[in-house]
Design a protein around this ligand. Structure first.
Ligand code: NDP
Length: 298
């Protein structure tokens, strides 16, 4: 049998991170390229070990790798090795997408787009809403910038390490001077009078913390009038946080799978200079969701 899906002319893209073996991104990108674009590209995982990031970026450039996604733990660390960084990535303070140019790689961040598209798909509008962000790690920066750019009434940030929450608040305030921002200690969350949307960005509920939630007092959902609970985690499909929210009558509960797909599609749009319409994105999302769920027996 002759296999001609990769030839001498095939453009190479990929993802760097550590670990990388669990990544669903190669399946997303290769299937979108095949099915939607009929484009001659291949997307491969690259495991970059600690201390080798600079060499990896130089090597990738010299090998002519056209674009890379960047995942943990390199989303911030990679910035010094880039030729430039786009304004949204600069606002967020990290990159997840690199595009090869004559000068080297230019960094972008599509996580905020992924968050905004996920909310839009559920018809959730951030305007004039009280938004609570749980967490202050890398993805909380994308969530906070996404929310701040859509005229919320207020953004509240609650995190295990209060100093990190304060740092995030100050970071957002540098760009969005008019947005009301408040740090709420995790143990004072019940003092919040009104909260429409919660974006759960901590790792609580994932990996070793499966079955745990950063919001153990589930009466908060009803008391504060929460109508949307968004957990960035998608493995497990339904975290304890989302289960509690659904059982407490929260109207919209959503996990991070849609965000994963939308941020990937946004990366491809940057690399290829194209824009898919929302209907096409949704179709692809449904196919990938069915595949992912059957793969994981959900
Ligand atoms: P980071 O490591 O940057 O941040 C982790 C956050 O979780 C911090 O706020 C940290 O608090 C908090 N945390 C960790 N352990 C605990 C604990 N035991 N109790 C309370 N809080 C804790 O991770 P990321 O922001 O990059 O990712 C967070 C989650 O979002 C991950 O589960 C990841 O899979 C998911 N994600 C999903 C994406 C998608 O496309 N759906 C994209 C990106 C991320 P502290 O500051 O106190 O350490």
């Amino acid at each position: 049998m002759i296999t001609d899906s990769v030839t001498g002319k095939t453009a190479v893209y990929g993802i760097i991170g550590e670990p990388i073996g669990h990544s669903f991104s190669p399946i997303i990108h290769n299937s979108i390229a095949d099915e939607l674009l009929s484009i001659d590209m291949v997307y491969v995982p690259f495991h970059v070990t600690k201390g080798n990031l600079e060499d990896a970026i130089k090597g990738a450039r010299n090998l002519g790798i056209q674009g890379l996604n960047v995942t943990l733990p390199y989303k911030r660390e990679v910035i010094p090795y880039l030729a430039d960084i786009d304004p949204i990535a600069r606002q967020i303070g990290s990159v997840n997408t690199l595009k090869l140019t004559d000068k080297g790689y230019v960094g972008y961040n599509t996580d905020a787009v992924g968050i905004l598209m996920s909310l839009k798909r559920q018809k959730v509008d951030l305007k004039d809403k009280n938004v609570l962000i749980l967490g202050a790690g890398g993805s909380a920066y994308a969530a906070a910038i996404a929310a701040a750019s859509h005229f919320p009434a207020k953004i509240m940030i609650a995190n295990r390490t209060q100093d990190n929450a304060i740092e995030l608040k100050e970071h957002v305030a540098k760009t969005y001077k008019k947005v009301a921002l408040q740090v709420v200690p995790l143990d004072e969350i019940m003092s919040i009078a009104a909260c429409d949307i919660i974006i759960q960005t901590t790792t609580v509920g994932f990996g070793d913390l499966i079955g745990e939630t950063p919001l153990p007092d589930t009466s908060f959902f009803k008391k504060a009038g929460v109508s949307t609970a968004f957990d960035l985690i998608y493995l497990p499909w339904k975290t304890q946080f989302l289960d509690d929210a659904a059982k407490s009558g929260v109207k919209n509960t959503m996990n991070g799978f849609n965000m994963l797909i939308y941020q990937a599609i946004a990366s491809q749009e940057i690399w290829l200079g194209i824009v898919h319409d929302d209907e096409v994105k949704d179709q692809k999302l449904q196919t990938l969701k069915m595949y992912y769920k059957s793969m994981n027996n959900y």
